[in-house]
Design a protein around this ligand. Sequence first.
Ligand SMILES: *Cc1c(COP(=O)(O)O)cnc(C)c1O
Length: 415
Amino acid sequence: MLIGDNEIARKAQRNRARLRPVEVNRSKGRSRHPIFLSPPHLGEPELAYVQEAFDTNWIAPVGPHIDAFEQEFCQAVGVQHAAAVSSGTAALHLALRLIGIQPGDEVFCSTLTFIASANPITYLGAKPVFVDSDRQSWNLDPERFQTAIHRRAKQGKLPKAVLLVHLYGQSADIDPILEICDRYEIPLIEDAAEALGATYKGRSPGTFGRMGIYSFNGNKIIPTSGGGMLVSNDADLIAKAKFFATQARDVAPYYQHSEIGYNYRLSNVLAGIGRGQLRVLSDRVAARRWNYEFYQQAFANLPGIEMMPEADYGISTHWLSCITIDPEQFGVDREQVRLALAEQQIESRPVWKPLHLQPVFADCEAIGGNVAKKLFETGLCLPSGSNLALEDLERIVEIIVDLHLGKTRRIEQRA
Ligand SMILES: *Cc1c(COP(=O)(O)O)cnc(C)c1O
């Protein structure tokens, strides 16, 4: 059931009317309803699973949906073992704990990402070292990474782990990164929270390293309201993850604990939603790819606007459709576009502020960083929901085109 190239191409070619769900909440007539960046998109199958959880009274962080969700998820991404947990952040925390990250350790991490990628490093008292992106994929730059690791090896200061993020639905270039990690025996953890349904050379990102994580937060490609998955081909790691995720209970008839654990398991009700969502994953990918293609065509002749490039080693889900804006060529800058959209109740968002520029990480080392900084300064994520209507897309594009033509009122930037 791995999401293959052919399947995606076939789905993407389907009529948009088929992809556009009927349950979309559209107001009548010339709709001027708010458009959100990446709202949840749920349907009937999820309800049946939730009903089953109610009917069988499994309203707990244990139950049949959890086991089934884990198994079905393994099949979908092509991995052997999985632990369903309460969030992607929790999955990352468990992964780092499982490879024995200690206070004072260093973990290399992509800088252009959501802070949830790096927070668990600090939960364990370790220090993130942030690595810049490349311009092609916006993901961790393999060359810069290689150079930095060789240098660290000479200094005898290799990081204890590498946390590789797959951004906005697009896989990083995994092979050269994994090769270096293998050579120096550094465990690779993949943060594929944003890239479920994507491929890298035909396989799912998140399944290449020692462990990978996914997220089912409300804005992700298949939400369960909140939730995450930790995957690995190592059965022992996943068994240990489940142990830590349930307060580290020793095998005993009473409650006995020899280690400190967490309350991180996913609820059986939410696992039911996840099972329903997993069945429509390839439709969601096709719909989001369709959004991207719509924007791409609409902006093809606009000077100063570029889409986030799609790397040729795989298929991006385009979880979020992102553009960069060159203000000199386009006439207005990123922030003015964002504000003009916001005035029409359309939510867009600047590309992640790189973690090496975050005040909370001011004392952390950065390896490069200017590529990510530039993407942050010029990049904008446009509405990308799999339930966006064609009218919504047209409305968004019209505002942006009119801004360039000077027809839309330009809002002066606030400080
Ligand atoms: C959403 C996200 C996470 C965290 O997932 P949660 O389920 O919200 O905890 C981690 N990393 C990245 C890159 C994300 O986008």
